[in-house]
Design a binder for this molecule. Structure first.
Ligand code: ADP
Ligand code: F6P
Length: 324
């Protein structure tokens, strides 16, 4: 476990899938740490860049003009070596070599496991939740989710226009390999007729087909199905639905457009607060913690406890989505 000692130099990296708002978090880490009298080192390409020693000092000017930009100026990567003890020990050695005695890791729960490993090797670490999937259990907010759902919602509104004009049925696949939060939120916000989530994988295609035929009889000119990536197979589903209903059915996979773009105000604001909070935690001697947003407040949890927490789709919200 990392020792609590005075921090002089803070490292920052982004890891796993990128998310709009990561730049706001980087900017806040850099500026708050500098305001607290610390030196900041930016690590490129997540844990891969750490192992390759892609490390350079960041000054306040280096984070100018980035709060409004999607993606991450530090780049991101996935790094198989870091899943193993040898890579983790090497990462900790490299931190020592560069005088980095505390690191802020901005990423998803996979990245948190890397952060936990670094802490176990004596590097003070703080995790900041960065993922569009909203699937980090300890927090009600993750950086990038708000931008991603707004991007998806706007795209789905457009698909709805053309779908209604042509009196078609539309299946729209949104991101979320293991989590259905984007699908649930878009399903409600776009007024979808059906919402298919990986957490509730019990959907009955025949029931959807019956529903489409029934709503067509009542005069509905479109039928929107929001399908999460974790269920997938939207194109073959569209073919089967069209064959069974006789109604033209199209599938659209929104894909990576959901991960990019200028962050919303909420993502800029929350990511800024979380980045600053992480820098402050390190400066006050804390380690092995993650920043979270819970019950209207920015808080922090022990990383081991945070990783042991579980979260799933709220049953009430899911039921409401079905009714509406
Ligand atoms: P995310 O952080 O978005 O969940 P990943 O699951 O791909 O994304 O994890 C990002 C990186 O974090 C991985 O490429 C790996 O370097 C590191 N990582 C993931 N799981 C572990 C683990 N169990 N132990 C150590 N490092 C891990
Ligand atoms: O960022 C989260 C996420 O978008 C998941 O929903 C998706 O399954 C995954 O990342 C895909 O990312 P990549 O193709 O970069 O591995």
């Amino acid at each position: 476990m990392a020792k609590s000692k005075e921090i002089k130099t803070i490292g920052v990296l982004t890891s796993g899938g990128d998310a709009s708002g990561m730049n706001a978090a980087i900017r806040a880490v850099v500026r708050k740490a500098i305001a607290n009298g610390k030196k900041v080192m930016g690590i490129q390409r997540g844990y891969a860049g750490l192992l390759n020693e892609e490390i350079a000092e960041m000054k306040s000017n280096d984070v100018s003009e980035i709060i409004q930009r999607g993606g991450t100026i530090l780049r991101t990567a996935r790094c198989e070596e870091f899943r193993h003890e040898e890579g983790q020990a090497q990462g900790a050695e490299i931190c020592k070599k560069y005088g980095i005695d505390g690191i802020v890791v901005i990423g998803g729960d996979g990245s948190y496991r890397g952060a936990q490993a670094l802490a176990n090797h004596g590097v003070n670490t703080i995790g900041v939740p960065g993922t569009i999937d909203l699937d980090i259990s300890c927090t009600d907010y993750t950086i990038g989710f708000d931008t991603a759902v707004n991007t998806a919602m706007e795209a789905i509104d457009k698909i709805r226009d053309t779908s209604s004009s042509h009196e078609r049925c539309s299946i729209i696949e949104v991101m979320g390999r293991n989590a259905g939060y984007i699908a649930l939120w878009c399903g409600v916000a776009n007024g979808a007729e059906n919402i298919l989530l990986p957490e509730k994988y019990d959907y009955n295609e025949q029931a959807i087909i019956d529903d489409i035929i029934k709503s067509r009889k009542y005069g509905k000119t479109h039928h929107l199905i929001i399908n999460a990536e974790g269920i997938g197979h939207s194109t073959s589903m569209a073919r089967r639905i069209e064959a069974a209903t006789g109604i033209e059915t199209r599938a659209t996979i929104l894909g990576y457009m959901q991960r990019g773009g200028a962050p919303t105000c909420k993502d800029r604001y929350y990511a800024s607060m979380m980045g600053a909070y992480a820098a402050d935690l390190l400066c006050s001697g804390k380690s092995n913690r993650v920043v979270a947003y819970k019950a209207g407040e920015f808080v922090d949890y022990d990383i081991d406890e945070a990783l042991a927490m579980t979260k799933t789709i709220n049953e009430y919200e899911y039921q409401v989505a079905q009714v509406l």
